[in-house]
Ligand binder design. Structure first.
Ligand code: ZN
Length: 389
């Protein structure tokens, strides 16, 4: 094992920690992905600036590209068609991206079938669901990284949790879906978990009032899907729930419906503040194909990359856009070890705003998400990939 010192664990202590270089086994192209990412877990999730993050990030993504090329035939075929040699060093921007929707069309994995620990599915915007094969190490990394990222916003201890949804959403397994998975995933950050809606999706005003009487005097955690919050806390619940001043809301998914309703993020936050007193509201963005390394909206209203993720924006010719220019969002995650989903092109439009200098103090790139692009453009691209594989 070769080690080299490169990253401060804590600038105040001026200490360093050792990041090991990927350990390839000659036959399989395997490298110790979990231990590489575990080294990064020793650092606060938004602590690394460009110069610190770059070399480690490049090394792990390169290790992942080689690992997937060596262990996923379809991925290797795609790289070959693109004349991309994974054994050579490449800049991250030159690593081929897969369209995220490819996981709806192909069952891509880089581990043996009996190593698959869990399969994540997502219906997304309808049609065939994505199928994401997780082995135990990848699933464990997802949980650990999500914990670090969310902990940066909620603090380290579990807070009383108010779920803006109905208990039946997770009880009824025939309706088990992205909403249920989100609630269950985020429930690990809460205690005294209380559902704000009745099973008929009406607001449980008495239940919410009782929760607030018990927990409302100190910070508490609220979680819900964006549209559920909009429809049930603001819409039907308008004026019936107040006193959320100590709440910290994390919401995500379903923002497309808000776009359809022509309410933007700023107006959404303003209404929450005006109608419920809730001032700390964080949207999150991410793909089921890159579960764990989500992007959180900071206090300044920007989506942030963590140490475990990166974002690039592509124009219509898939060239990199300069900061400030809108284009297709490409997402990079260090977590996918069991399937080749580390570099994905989304169907969403966004723009990088800056890097390392957001007013919230977090390092890393920060960006804006504007919404979904016209579908046909990206579908054409992914169909080309699918037919080539
Ligand atoms: Zn920020």
């Amino acid at each position: 094992m070769v080690g080299r010192k490169c990253l401060p664990t804590n600038p105040e202590k001026d200490s360093t920690f050792v990041v090991t270089v990927p350990k390839f086994q000659e036959q399989t192209g395997h490298f110790d992905h979990a231990s590489e990412v575990a080294d990064l877990l020793a650092v606060a999730p938004y602590e690394l600036d460009k110069g610190q993050k770059g070399p480690v990030f490049d090394r792990i993504t390169q290790g992942l590209t080689r690992h997937h090329a060596a262990n996923c035939t379809e991925y290797a075929n795609m790289l070959r068609l693109l004349k991309f040699d994974a054994d050579e060093e490449h800049a991250l921007e030159d690593v081929p991206f897969l369209p995220a929707r490819l996981f709806k069309l192909l069952d891509l994995k880089s581990v043996a079938p009996d190593a698959v620990h869990r399969v994540l599915t997502s219906s997304g915007t309808g049609g065939q669901p994505s199928r994401i094969s997780l082995d135990a190490p990848t699933a464990a990394l997802q949980t650990r990284v999500l914990t670090r990222i969310v902990g940066d916003f909620l603090g380290k201890s579990r807070l009383p949790m108010l779920v803006i949804d109905a208990p039946s959403t997770i009880r009824d397994r025939t309706r088990f879906n992205a909403r249920a998975a989100g609630i269950m995933g985020f429930s690990m950050f809460g205690r005294n978990i209380t559902y704000a809606l009745n099973d008929d999706m009406s607001l449980d005003v008495d239940g919410v009032v009782a929760f607030l009487e018990r927990h409302g005097q100190a910070p508490f955690f609220m979680f819900g899907f964006t549209f559920m919050v909009y429809q049930h806390l603001l819409g039907a619940g308008a004026g019936r729930v107040r006193g959320l001043e100590n709440g910290i809301l994390i919401h995500g998914g379903g923002w497309k419906k808000l776009v359809d309703l022509a309410i933007d993020n700023e107006a959404f936050k303003q209404r929450l503040k005006d109608e419920t007193g809730l001032g700390r509201v964080h949207n999150y963005y991410g793909l089921v194909e890159q579960t764990g390394s989500i992007f959180m909206e900071c206090e300044a209203g920007h989506m942030h990359c963590s140490n475990f993720s990166d974002v690039m924006i592509r124009d219509a010719d898939f060239q990199l856009c300069p900061n400030g220019e809108r284009g297709l969002i490409e997402l990079v995650s260090l977590l996918p070890g069991s399937y080749p989903g580390h570099v994905l092109l989304t169907e969403d439009e966004g723009a990088v705003i800056g890097e390392d200098d957001c007013s919230c103090g977090r390092k890393g790139k920060y960006f804006q998400v504007y919404g979904r692009v016209a579908k046909a453009e990206v579908r054409g691209c992914s169909d080309a990939y699918a037919s080539a594989s």
